[in-house]
Design a protein around this ligand. Sequence first.
Ligand SMILES: NC(=O)c1ccc[n+]([C@@H]2O[C@H](COP(=O)([O-])OP(=O)(O)OC[C@H]3O[C@@H](n4cnc5c(N)ncnc54)[C@H](OP(=O)(O)O)[C@@H]3O)[C@@H](O)[C@H]2O)c1
Length: 257
Amino acid sequence: MILVTGASGTLGRPLTRLLAEAGADVHALSRRARPPEDGVTWHQGNLRTGEGIDEAVAGAGTIVHCASEPLHAKRDLPAARLLVEAARRQGAPHLIYISIVGVDKIPYGYYRTKHAVEKLIEDSGLPYTILRTTQFHTLPDMVLNVLTKAPGVIALPKGLRDQPIDVGEVAERLAELALAPGPARRVDDMGGPEVLTFEEMARAYLKARGLRRPVRVPLPLPGAAGRGFREGHHLTPGHAVGRRTWQEYLDERHPRP
Ligand SMILES: NC(=O)c1ccc[n+]([C@@H]2O[C@H](COP(=O)([O-])OP(=O)(O)OC[C@H]3O[C@@H](n4cnc5c(N)ncnc54)[C@H](OP(=O)(O)O)[C@@H]3O)[C@@H](O)[C@H]2O)c1
């Protein structure tokens, strides 16, 4: 039995589907009540309060922890602690965690929390696997969508690059790790097929959406976290294993009429 937390999210959805298609007994956690789906048993539970967590974890041989609250970054650490404690009470399931390339090097609040969660899991005594990836295509897509809502110039941070990856490919790798016979500790990082400047990504995005807008890159991101991103610690060009490019993603996501 495999439990997926964050199963309703951007990553959790394709992961849950892949595991169900592979014939696994898939259980899925959400804060909301959800109707049963083919091959997936939904549990209602909340990692902030602990409500429903013991019931969801019961009988799991593997837990893939994808639940997260990026807008309330500090909540992820107590949530992970609660999950680890519930897992310990149920035996010693294999705990798989999805993290982000550079969380140990870039002092950005959300990344610090993810690094602390990694350490919590490594020290938990549970068999574990941790996979770090670069940003999913959906994240810069969402950022650029917000930036293009207001009319006028699009101002982007200077010197920022990204190596976006297809979320379906990350789900495939996580499914492979979840279906493997045992834990693998920290596995190789996983990055998208190409490193692009954010300006290149924005220009491709505008073109895909048929928008004509001036783009400026006036200022570098400030502070130590900004320096970490400028220095590219969130990139992993040595592990550019992703296949789907940003342009291919855009062509499908924003097809021209
Ligand atoms: N997005 C990226 O570019 C990227 C890159 C690398 C790694 N990651 C990591 O991948 C993971 C998944 O990201 P995502 O983009 O798929 O996130 P997402 O779409 O925002 O989904 C987050 C999920 O967390 C669940 N959740 C939030 N708070 C919860 C709580 N208190 N109790 C139980 N469930 C809770 C939500 O489920 P309900 O609303 O149904 O309760 C939701 O399904 C995160 O750990 C993230 O750091 C993301």
